[in-house]
Design a protein around this ligand. Structure first.
Ligand SMILES: NC(=O)c1ccc[n+]([C@@H]2O[C@H](COP(=O)([O-])OP(=O)(O)OC[C@H]3O[C@@H](n4cnc5c(N)ncnc54)[C@H](O)[C@@H]3O)[C@@H](O)[C@H]2O)c1
Length: 396
């Protein structure tokens, strides 16, 4: 029976599911967070969670084994899952929260403890940043265990992803990796691969960079095709008949909390070796401006025409608007004085698309949530049946 005392530092999107699954498997888990409201809401069970996670939260084991606190506690294992955002101006990782969390852990660390970093970090952060902080607090690194275990889960399907995804565990020493693997095996059904800390740090960043660069490629091809009056989607479908080609489709840009950020963490530590990564980031970041330019062409000379943008989130089937290209497009057009409105079926649950549509000349679909596309189809059908003029629908 695995029944360690575990302190999960940062109980947000990533830390909380991990904490609850560990509690469900019999560990005694403290979820430590500096956000007092989040801690009290969690202890009062007044927190919005995906259904599967709520079910786990309400199990007897979790109610018995998990509590949230704003006080750091002693533990056998510390799992750090605090935010590592980007400094937008310099395009470098903002490690303020991570450094603070490591200092707080250092203050209670005991010989034989294991510290796992789940936060996404630039390569070599364990060796260049975390270990020096621990040493400054008097920790003897040879007497503790350290691992970097990046998280691959996608909000929207949290439980399935955290349990079934394959996992990489990077130990500062081999023993550290093995101890961390023992902890994850309590709930992970995916394959667990052991490596060293710096490979694990790099691996996480490479995964998201791979996606970002591939998206940039098709976005760039989309621009070329537009200039040459070629239908890029048709061209990609045909190109994908090649047995070793599998291109994505162009989109309105790249959003969320990982893809637009993580490639910069590689660029930060090795700028001269990452020109492609840098170019891809710029291509994807410029995409909302280019989509806004296409929309502008529909308005031609008449800025008073009413438009509607469908979708605000950074991708379909989520309510997450962090780094959302759709919001960027909306803000560009709004600031230029266009009569633009936006609707998102996953966010604006108190609004009705049908009431907004008849006013509009054009509808631009930016984020095709399944539910919203169905709603749109029904609205257009209703307008047609009533013999009313339908707005033109343009999809990106
Ligand atoms: N959200 C994702 O889908 C995702 C996926 C993979 C990796 N990641 C990475 O996981 C890490 C955490 O991301 P998240 O989405 O869970 O963030 P989040 O903002 O949802 O949660 C982080 C929590 O940490 C708390 N916190 C901040 N500073 C703290 C401190 N010093 N001590 C204790 N608690 C502190 C915050 O109050 C917050 O509740 C980031 O590095 C992120 O890049 C996130």
């Amino acid at each position: 029976m695995y029944n360690k005392r575990i302190c999960v530092v940062g109980i947000g999107y990533i830390g909380l599911p991990c904490a609850l699954l560990l509690a469900q498997s019999g560990c005694s888990v403290c979820g430590y967070d500096i956000d007092e409201t989040r801690v009290s809401d969690l202890n009062a069970r007044e927190i919005k969670l995906e259904k599967e996670l709520r079910d786990i939260f309400e199990t007897e084991e979790v109610q018995k084994n998990f509590y949230a606190s704003t006080m750091m506690s002693r533990a056998d294992i510390f799992v750090i899952a605090v935010p590592t955002p980007i400094n937008h101006d310099k395009k470098t990782a903002d490690l303020t929260a991570l450094k603070q969390a490591v200092s707080e852990v250092a203050a209670v660390l005991e010989e034989g403890n294991l510290v796992i970093v789940e936060s996404t970090v630039p390569p070599i952060t364990m060796r260049n940043t975390i270990i020096p902080i621990l040493e400054r607090h008097g920790v003897d690194i040879s007497k503790i265990f350290l691992a970097h275990c990046p998280e691959r889960l996608l909000p929207g399907n949290i439980v399935q992803e955290i349990v079934c995804n394959n996992r990489i565990i990077g130990g500062y020493t081999k023993e550290s990796a093995e101890l961390a693997a023992d902890m994850y095996r309590t709930f992970v059904k995916g394959e667990i691969s052991l490596t060293d800390d710096k490979t694990a740090e790099m691996c996480k960043l490479m995964e998201n960079t791979y996606r970002d660069v591939n998206i940039a490629l098709v976005n760039e091809l989309g621009e070329v095709c537009r200039a040459l009056d070629i239908d890029v989607n048709k061209a990609i479908d045909l190109a994908n008949f090649h047995p070793r080609v599998n291109m994505l489709k162009p989109g309105i840009g790249v959003g969320g909390h990982c893809l637009p950020i993580d490639p910069w963490f590689i660029h930060e530590v090795s700028p001269y070796n990452s020109t492609l990564i840098n170019a891809a980031r710029h291509i994807n970041d410029s995409r909302p401006g280019k989509i806004a330019a296409v929309i502008r062409q529909y308005a031609a000379s008449d800025i008073s025409q009413k438009f509607m943008l469908l979708g605000k989130t950074y991708k379909p089937e989520t309510t997450d608007v962090r780094e959302s290209p759709a919001m960027e497009i909306y803000n560009i057009l709004k600031n230029e004085g266009y009569h633009v409105s936006a609707y998102d079926s996953e966010i604006d649950t108190d609004q009705c698309l049908m009431e907004m549509i008849p006013e509009c000349r054009f509808i631009f679909v930016l984020v095709p949530h399944k539910r919203m596309m169905q709603e749109l189809e029904e609205c257009l059908k209703e307008l047609k049946t009533a013999g009313k003029e339908c707005p033109a629908v343009i999809t990106f």
